[in-house]
Design a protein around this ligand. Sequence first.
Ligand code: MN
Length: 486
Amino acid sequence: MTPDREELQEYRQKRSFDKTPEPRGGRARDRSGNRFVVQEHHARRLHWDLRLEHDGALASWALPRGFPESPDENRLAVHTEDHPLEYLTFEGDIPAGEYGAGSMTIWDQGTYEAEKFRDDKVVFRLDGDRVSGHFALFRTKGDDWMIHRMDPPADSGDPMPSSLTPMAATLSTLPPDQENWAFEIKWDGVRVVAYGEPGRLRLFGRNLREFTRQYPEIRPMMNDIGARRVVLDGELVAFDDSGKPSFQRLQPRIHLTSDADIRRQQRVSPVVYVIFDLLYLDGRSLLRLPYEERRRELSGLGLNGPNWQVPDYQRGDGDVLLDATSRQGLEGVVAKRLASRYQPGKRTRDWLKIKNVLSQEVVIGGWVPGQGRLSGRFGALLVGYHDDGALRFAGKVGTGFDDATRGLLQDHLDALRTDESPFTGRQPQKDAVFVQPELVCRVEFANWTETGTMRHPSFEGLIEDKPARDVVREKPAPPPPPEPEE
Ligand code: MN
């Protein structure tokens, strides 16, 4: 029995070398080397394969989440079969249907120094281009292994933020100095900040509620993110049958909690994550960089998949883009000052939203009973906005509901019923039924009347990420004056 045959037996049994481009491997002549390789393996699930040259073969572990950043966090290491030394330089595509199908590229290589190399524990110092440091691989139970970082990383840079509230735009009109601004299409969806790390992607709304489970179709974006650590800002958008963003189509996705419901709705109303900003990249906070530099780094990430995209922005000529969005029935544009930095949680005049159609978030304060087909249920919602702490009546919303939405809303309304009117000042009609003013919804409407009510309001959907007390009447602010010429 020759030892090198024995140790590669499992490796060879798993592969058909007439189909895979992987090396079959020969007999190792030199058994004293100390090279290592880390391969990024886009298999069914992205992972990184760490292979340490040891006794004429490559001892191998798959790291689904890469190397730990600090000693505080051990990460899973899946022990795999020994690979031949020829695998140190292997890159290629393992064909579908074969073991480990998917693309394999070299992510890092170099040498390592072993302090301990036992069957259940390996302690070593890696010296590569991308990863270096003092690590321990150790077996926990059965054949489960973990990788532990023993030294703090030399310079890990800025810590990755974990709870950023997105920057907001001020309702306004087109700025006079359009050449100093970038213009983007305003996407009508739900704002989401995404935190991506090796093997992990988390999605959070603007009130910091986590949405990761609700949108499984965004998960494969991890493959595009790879080993990088990023914080992205964007909008989750659903589309109607004509391909237009539809806030109403998104509605059923927001509340789901059961995996079966989530899967079903994912097929009916798939979403696209429209990404428009990059806030953090690999140990660097980008918040202080000007808009265009952040956008340049964002496009460098190559994020482009069936359910995630980075649409272009336009420099200047916002009026042209606004006209185009109006013709296409889109909500409007967002103007972002080219030189502006990113201010989390702030609504500033460095970002302006310019709308083709008026829309407004309102608080539901009651309802009027329906008639005919709708008898016993609500016919119209009574809504308002806060002004100096008081809820002001803003009108009656009687259209824009489908049957499912009516049913869902009626349940909410019944649970919140109260005898007292939440409105201060002007009151709605006599037969009104009141509710505690907790539900927030969005309406589109034609214009404001002089008495402060909305003309022809239409229901768009419930808003989950904004507390009722924050709902005020949105008034367009004038755009900021042009920047002084240098
Ligand atoms: Mn692998």
